[in-house]
Design a protein around this ligand. Sequence first.
Ligand SMILES: Nc1ncnc2c1ncn2[C@@H]1O[C@H](COP(=O)(O)OP(=O)(O)OP(=O)(O)O)[C@@H](O)[C@H]1O
Length: 781
Amino acid sequence: MSKRKAHPRRPLDATKKIKVQHGSLDKLPWKSVARPVETVLDGDDGILELEEVDNVEVVYEEKDGGKVIKFNVLQPPDITAIDESSAADGEPPASLTEDPQQSTTASFDAALLPKWRPFSLQPQLLQVLHMKSFTTPTPIQSRALPFALSNRDVVGVAETGSGKTLAYGLPILHRILSQPRRPSSKRSLQALILAPTRELALQVSDHLSAFSRAVSATLKDEPQEVDLSKVEVHASTKCKGQESKNRNTLDLPLVSVAVLVGGMSAQKQRRILNRGVDVLIATPGRLWDTLEEVRSVEAWYCVRENKILCSLFFDQDEILAQEVRNLKVLVLDEADRMIEAGHFAEMDNILRLTVRQSKQDEIEPELKAQESNASPPPNDNMQTFVFSATLSKDLQRNLKRRSRPKPGKNGNSKPLSTLDDLLLRLDFRDPTPEIIDLSPDGGAVSTLQESKVECLASEKDAHLYYFLLRYPGRSLVFLSAIDGIRRLAPLLELLDLHAFPLHSQLEQRQRLKNLDRFKLTPNSILLATDIAARGLDIPAIDHVIHYQVPRSADVFIHRNGRTARAMHNGFSLLMCSPDERRTVRALFSSLGRQDTDIPDITIELTLLDHLKERVRLARQIDVQHHRAKKQNHERRWLKEAAEAMEIELDSDIMSGSDDEGRATKHERKRINGQTAVLRAELKEMLSRPLIARGVSTRYITSGSRPIADDILGGKGSSRWFMRRREKNNIGSNPDCIVHETMLGLARTDARSDLVSVHRSRNATVDTKQEEDPEEWAGIGF
Ligand SMILES: Nc1ncnc2c1ncn2[C@@H]1O[C@H](COP(=O)(O)OP(=O)(O)OP(=O)(O)O)[C@@H](O)[C@H]1O
């Protein structure tokens, strides 16, 4: 059929429509639609996406086993649509008939990127690296690429933000681009990347998709500028207009990348899978569900439908499982976190599909006979990459040896950790996987400045508020429990700060939305549990704050790793209450360090006292608000329960016309009134400037110099101001800016306000901070 063989560049007659028959709803050419506001479906209603399809005719065909439903779709000969009938003929649709020459025709002057030259990457990849201004490979990329590109297995351990995604991503893309594409009805899975959390999986997918689409763009006839930051990668998040705009330019990537995570439409993800992808990024839970889900559909059909349908579904299941068995590359990103996320069982099940019989016998010799007549064997040439910022040295040694500890004389052996156990189940095809450990001693990234503050647990809110006001920027605050986030988020909002929550009990859509808001709002705050600790690559996070001490050294490292990425500066603050001291000591000792080596941040106590007042008021408002909410909730509950039981409630109860009702109404009014008073008080307090010690609000209005203007403008000649300028580096730096909300202080970086516990030992500390504050003469009258 000529339409199937049409060259993608040949102009298509968009007006002529063809009829294509599909046997299942999933195969229809669904398109994402933006949700119109008037449907009231644009909010946080738990619906992630809407899709529509035009021109569908539903027909029922009589078969021996009964009626079979078919869908006829009138559609333009769209090169992106996969025509089932053609696929069934064994001929590929036009869109997938890649030109084997295509990948070799692209050229790029490798001299433009001399540092990447030794790796002989495909020219399209070099071109994208050039467009992204990635002129130099990061250390982990330099070390891993030579092995990964020569088919070796690699275990890579490197600090957070050091470019591990491309350390395994580039070899995968290179491998796929290097193969001449055999015409086939569907792409078969080449690489599977397993990531512990949805956000991380989506991010890896973004990263690789942006690359793959830009690679495709480099092959278009007309050279075009591709703004990589704007390339939309998830079909699921595209809106209609965007999709059609991109279709002619960036769709049909040479390497197709898909993501499979919980919380997003499983049907859509399956549809994408069915069309065929080269690289799949998945969380183990959703991938295993998807593999299992087909089996249950298959069983359902066994009971309800005829045998033909039954075998059809069995084939589908086999295709997906077989694709995993046939993988060319398997990647475990943040392998250690998969265990924490409770994915052991799913991971184990998925890994079993990739494990060869000989390895299986080694892991579970008792299953030998059972497995011997199972499905076709896994691919002998699969490459395995394991990457993380934290893999213990012990674990690396075990991986290198590829052996389980031998039982001792008495038959006992040291029990394996869950992670050891899981990683030793990996069937590296390489007899000596290359282990590259570039993790920094003590786990601290060189561009990260760590700090701490000791305070009572009940005063953490005020200290946090102080830090956020004193050092504006994008701050990620980690809390150990969701309850803490629920309490803190409204509190910070009442204090006029932009705080967005991120935790596992939020809808996936809301999680992504909050992440986006955080990325787009200057000086915003993300209040997160440890689901945000790993892998998230949010540009320009200035501060990471551990509101509660993390439960392990690994979590500490990963949390810190959200700042100071890709050699940028970053700052972390550990908030430690007296009852957390012991945990902090243990945490640092497991990193081979002492907590006393971490400098403290200096705090202007006068300002802190003012802030405590604000926090106290905000808490009171929040409590009042909760009381009012609880009352409303109880009334609503009573009403709903009565309706459900078909009981008529005494109208007095609802209308508040009897004494009790009146009391409730009165109480509500009282609470609302109190809240309004407190809100007004807080508003007034927030509008008052915060004034550092030594600064007076009283000043002489007569005379030749407007002193107040000088203070606000960062100028001044008084003794106090000269000292103040010196202390805050104002004097020597004409660009130095006075703090907007804290009068009398310069707007400094948190790095310059540190004081070491071991003052003499720590060279990084600004010794000027040790000046006795009592010496400040002030300019008050
Ligand atoms: N060669 C390079 N040159 C410049 N920037 C790079 C390079 N490689 C990657 N990056 C950028 O560095 C940032 C961090 O990369 P990536 O997310 O891969 O780090 P990571 O090591 O996986 O971090 P984590 O351990 O926290 O997951 C990304 O924004 C990425 O685009």
